[in-house]
Structures are given as C-alpha cells and as structure tokens.
Design a protein around this ligand. Structure first.
Ligand SMILES: Cc1ncc(COP(=O)(O)O)c(C=O)c1O
Length: 388
C-alpha cells in the first residue's frame, strides 16, 4: 500500500501500545498491575452521568454548532475567566472531542512547512508527532530533575529564532508532574512581549495540583491574545471516554478551529456537551475528593519507589504520574520497563516514550488503588532484588 509521505512523520502514544501488550499477557493468565495508562480510575461523578442520560432522553442526539453549544461555551468562558483571572467570552471558546484535537488543530491552523515549534522533552508524545505531521520543525527544550522539572526559561528563550511560530507549555506536566512556577511564567511572558509567537498552554491537569495554585501564561500582561489554553473534562471529571475538551484563544483563531471541526468532526457529541455544562456548573466535591485520593497515592508511590535500590523519585507537584530516576539500575528505561512488564507483572512506561530526553526515567501512573500500587511496589522491589 502506498501512503502519503506525511504518514512517515506521524508518531505513536506508547501508553496504548503497552496496554495492548499487558492485556495480551493477561489473556495468557498472567497478573499485571496497570500503571501505564493516564486516566483516572474513578467513575465519572454520578450527577454528570445523570445529566447525560437525561440529555439523551430529551433528544440531544443531533448535530450541534461546530464551535460548541453556546451554553457550554458560556460556562467554559466563565470558568476560565474566574480561574485564570482574565476576561474571555464564548467567542473565544472552541469545544472539541477531547484535549488532543486542540493540539492537532492549532498546528494545522498555524504552521507553515519549516516553522519551528519549541516543545517540552520529555513531554506528551503527541506534541512532537503533530509538529512533524503538520510539517513543522520540532525544537525540544529539557525539563530537568535538578530544577524540579520546572521550565528553564533561559533555555526556551535561547531556542527562539525568526522561524519560531509556537511554544508549547504543559503545566502540570505529563510525565514529570512538574508545575511551572509563577516566576518562570512571568519571565517567559516578559521575554515574549511583542514577539507575536503563539503559546499552546496545555492545562489539562490544572485541577490536579497538590501544592500551590495553578497559573496560566494567558494571565500575564500581553499574553492573552497569544495563548491558546488547552483544557478539558477527561482528567478533571474522570471523563476520558466522553471525548470532551476545549481551547480558549483569540476569537479569530477560534473561528478557524471551528472550520477544521466542520471538516473533521462536524461537532462534539451533543449529549456529552450537555453533561459538560453540568460538570462545570454542578457540585465540585468529586473533583476535590479525587484530588485528595491522588495525593494519598502520591505519598505511597513516591515513598515506595525511594525505598527501591537504584530508584530515586521526586514528589510530583501535579497530575498523577511518578517519574523516578532509574539510572543507578544500569538499565535503559526501555529495558527496565519491558522487564518489569514481562517478568514482574507491572506495566509502566519508559521515560523515552516521552522523547529521547526521558532516558534514565520511568513513568508510573498512580491512577490506581493504594492496594494495587503497594502490590506493584512489592513486585518491583522483588524483581530488583533478584535481577540487579
Ligand atoms: C498533557 C496532555 N494533554 C492532553 C491530553 C489529551 O487529553 P484528552 O484525552 O482529553 O484528549 C493528555 C492525555 O493523556 C495529556 O496527558
């Protein structure tokens, strides 16, 4: 089969591949603990499910406006205005099926062949994949353990050239759990002033912060028109399968994203959008209790990993991933992740699944019960005792 050349440039998301390998082992009767996949293990809060059921009964089963229902866009605009301390309206909001399409559509709308995009490495693998797919040049910046995985603004600024079209930020960060400090955001905003470079600010984990408060680049002087906030319902409300996400951006760009929606999805599922209004306007206690449970698991996994010889793990400040340094084991990240899956029955990801600069690290999702996390830690410890 002859495929278009661009298909050579598209990447993968290893979490889904490791899940398939783990399921194949389970089909053969092996027990596997799943710490590979990045989704809350909680059910979607009941009042949101009820709102969707009612929406189906009420006939919300047809096409809706490509940019999203006005009521949902109003609710999103009010939420973003309140939490980011900026003024945005429904005309700034594009509702799309999940957070991912905002990455895809922003690149398609903005990049000319050869335009440079500065992005985090290690980082969510879809960034690099989509930069390359859209014909851009991927320019990585590092996130370092000795800087608590905060963004080194000097490094980012050094990488700006006259070809830079877009910079990607992700805070809280997948896979390191790093949270970008206010100081770093302020310095970056100052450095970007008047430069007319767009910033894709992936804030999908913004409600999952364990210390301090979330801050967005969009709230710094001069940055609102140049920041595309990516957010969604997947992680905050345990709604990964509902495919509900959105971007908040300048209105002229939002209209272009709507055109891409017209040409791809037509619209986001209507009953999912009705449930989205309930998610944003209804009670938020489920969000708080999920966060507290993640916090408890974070303590267990970080303490447990630091007990294992050859592992060293910082406290992630946000999201639900531990990102231990495993360099002292003498194994590459891939060798260790493969061995832990096939020999210890623990599925996790090599740091290199998030780019070359993830070498020497593993990503373990703590979106699993304390009991399973403890069992996984025992298995890893047992494996290390025998094999290292
Ligand atoms: C950093 C980051 N951005 C975006 C997404 C995509 O979220 P969604 O499932 O809503 O498309 C994820 C999901 O893993 C993520 O980790």
């Amino acid at each position: 089969m002859k495929l278009a050349e661009r298909m050579q440039r598209i990447g993968v998301e290893s979490a889904f591949e490791v899940l398939v390998r783990a399921r194949a082992l389970e089909a053969k009767g092996r027990s596997v603990i799943h710490l590979e996949i990045g989704e809350p293990d909680f059910p979607t809060p009941l009042h949101i499910v009820e709102a969707a059921k009612k929406a189906l009964d009420d006939g919300w089963t047809h096409y809706g406006p490509t940019q999203g229902f006005p009521e949902l866009r109003e609710a999103i605009a009010a939420y973003i205005s309140r939490t980011r301390k900026i003024r945005v309206g429904p005309e700034h909001v594009s509702v799309v099926p999940g957070g991912k399409p905002i990455i895809f559509f922003s690149m398609l709308a903005l990049l000319e062949p050869g335009d440079e995009v500065i992005y985090p490495n290690p980082g969510f693998p879809i960034y690099e994949s989509m930069i390359r797919f859209a014909g851009g040049k991927a320019v990585p910046y590092g996130l370092r353990e000795d800087q608590d995985f905060d963004v080194n603004v000097d490094e980012v600024v050094q990488k700006i050239s006259r070809h830079t079209r877009l910079i990607i930020l992700n805070s809280p960060h997948n896979p390191t759990g790093g949270v970008m400090s206010r100081a770093a955001l302020a310095r970056l905003a100052a450095a970007l002033a008047e430069r007319e470079i767009f910033v894709l600010s992936d804030e999908i984990y913004s409600r999952l912060i364990y210390e301090g408060e979330h801050a967005s680049l969009a709230q710094f002087p001069g940055m609102k028109d140049w920041t595309i906030i990516l957010n969604g319902f997947s992680k905050t409300y345990a709604m990964t399968g509902w495919r509900m996400g959105y971007g908040v951006m300048r209105a002229d760009l939002a209209r272009q994203i709507a055109l891409l929606m017209t040409n791809s999805n037509s619209c986001t599922a209507s009953f999912s959008q009705v449930a989205g209004v309930e998610a944003l306007r209804g009670p938020q206690d489920a969000v708080a209790s999920m966060r507290e449970e993640f916090r408890r698991r974070r303590e267990v996994i970080v303490e447990g990993l630091n007990r294992i010889p050859g592992f060293r793990c910082r406290q992630p400040h946000g999201a639900f991933y531990a990102f231990p340094n495993i360099k002292q084991t003498g194994k590459t990240a891939r060798e260790l992740a493969d061995a832990l899956l096939s020999e210890a029955g623990v599925a996790c990801l090599a740091g290199t699944a998030f780019g070359d600069w993830g070498e020497g690290y593993l990503r373990l999702s703590f979106a699993n019960s304390v009991e399973n996390i403890q069992k996984a830690l025992e298995r890893i410890e047992g494996w290390v005792k025998i094999n290292l």
